[in-house]
Design a protein around this ligand. Structure first.
Ligand SMILES: NC(=O)c1ccc[n+]([C@@H]2O[C@H](COP(=O)([O-])OP(=O)(O)OC[C@H]3O[C@@H](n4cnc5c(N)ncnc54)[C@H](O)[C@@H]3O)[C@@H](O)[C@H]2O)c1
Length: 378
């Protein structure tokens, strides 16, 4: 089976057991909300994104899809989307991908990490007036939006109730730990896990690690969330003390350098390093690689380094990229749920021009998607 056919088969299987997106596809095929419009989607090009774009394209218009991260790009998905007549921008250089996507002059943008919108604002400011509205789905992207506001309305899906409660809390943690086990062979029972960042995603990662039998501690810089972690039953040491005890450390902060080289240099025993947040720079993998005195590749997605002769091995999974996304792991339902909301939001925006600034996704849209999900889960 070629890669595109394999990707198509996976999309079909996903849709069989949770047919939320195909239901929406029927609606979009009938309504054609994006007729004569160009819509750009910046996303991790997994089979779940292929499942979404396939249905969106039924609603008319021109769709341009951009790879959010080369490491999370499934080549079969790229081929499949291109076979479906969709322009797909890939390549090592993110800036090139974003510029090529913007060359299509989108009126609507669905972004991840505010990358496409930032490129537009910084490099093509005049083109911003062509954009009717945008959607951002990540915490990292919303933080960037607040620092660099756009001259058009941006719908914040991340802070709706559905993404927070279902994908961040349940999707990531449930998907992440089997990836760690598959790559390393480690059983979580009795292992010591350090979760760095206790937002909704970190909460899920910590909760599922405990459910798999690990002993979990949390590092969190926000005192409110640190206290919540304590009431949830997790000790909250500082980073150095937590790393001293950990077998596995996971970053879930969305912040560059949350696990810096200086902290890794102080580690005394072997440690597995995992990122479940955004991008590749939460763990300083570049610094680790540059300062290593020894290193070897143990297998796919697993490289280990030593920072001093005979020192502990620091094993990096997925090269520091969000591991569950790299391996497209876990139940697809939580992601499909917020993809359904993303699609309904894009439909809503096709008939609107919201005022500039951040807008919370309307609760009525979330309730509608939740109702549809309840029906397909029966
Ligand atoms: N892997 C995935 O599939 C997936 C899915 C959803 C979200 N995410 C990403 O996960 C990250 C976290 O998402 P969230 O919704 O929980 O975000 P959030 O911003 O609500 O939580 C992040 C937490 O990390 C804490 N933090 C920041 N820097 C820290 C540091 N240096 N040390 C310790 N704690 C620190 C913050 O105080 C905050 O409580 C984001 O980047 C988001 O984009 C990934």
């Amino acid at each position: 089976m070629d890669r595109a056919t394999a990707a198509a088969a996976e999309v079909a299987r996903i849709n069989t057991f949770f047919p939320l997106l195909p239901r929406l596809g029927l609606r979009w095929a009938a309504k054609r909300p994006w007729e004569d419009m160009t819509v750009a989607v910046n996303a991790h090009l997994t089979t779940l994104t292929a499942a979404l774009v396939r249905e969106l394209a039924l609603g008319g218009g021109t769709w341009v899809v951009c790879a959010a991260n080369e490491a999370t790009t499934d080549p079969g998905v790229v081929e499949l989307l291109r076979q479906q007549g969709i322009q797909v921008e890939t390549g090592r250089d993110g800036n090139d991908r974003y510029r090529a996507t913007l060359d299509a002059h989108p009126e609507l943008i669905a972004d991840v990490g505010y990358e496409l919108i930032s490129t537009l604002l910084e490099q093509r400011p005049k083109q911003a007036s062509e954009v009717r509205a945008a959607v951002e789905i990540t915490r990292t992207g919303i933080n960037r939006l607040r620092q660099h506001p756009a001259p058009f309305g941006v719908m914040n899906i991340n802070d709706g109730e559905l993404k927070y409660n279902v994908e961040n809390r349940h999707g990531v943690g449930e998907g992440l730990w089997p990836c760690v086990t598959n790559i390393t062979g480690m059983h979580l029972s009795g292992r010591r896990v350090l979760v760095i960042g206790y937002g909704p995603t970190g909460q899920g990662v910590a909760t599922y690690a405990r459910a798999f039998g690990a002993s979990v501690e949390v590092v969190e810089i926000d005192p409110i969330r640190q206290l919540v972690a304590q009431y949830d039953g997790f000790p909250t040491p500082d980073l150095a003390a937590g790393l001293e005890r950990a077998d596995i450390a996971v970053t879930v902060t969305g912040k560059k350098g949350a696990l810096p080289l200086s902290a890794l240099e102080a580690v005394d025993s072997d440690l597995v390093l995992v990122n479940a947040g955004h991008g590749r720079d939460e763990i300083d993998v570049t610094g680790l690689r540059g300062s290593a005195v020894e290193g070897d590749e143990l297998g796919p997605h697993c490289v280990r380094f030593r920072l001093r002769a005979k020192g502990p091995w620091l094993s990096v999974l997925g090269d520091g990229n969000p591991l569950n996304i790299v391996l497209n792991a876990g139940s697809p339902e939580p992601v499909l749920l917020h993809f359904a909301l993303l699609g309904r939001t894009l439909e809503h925006l096709a008939g609107e021009r919201p005022s500039p600034g951040e807008h919370r996704v309307p609760r009525s849209l979330e309730a509608e998607v939740a109702t549809a999900a309840i029906k397909v889960r029966r």
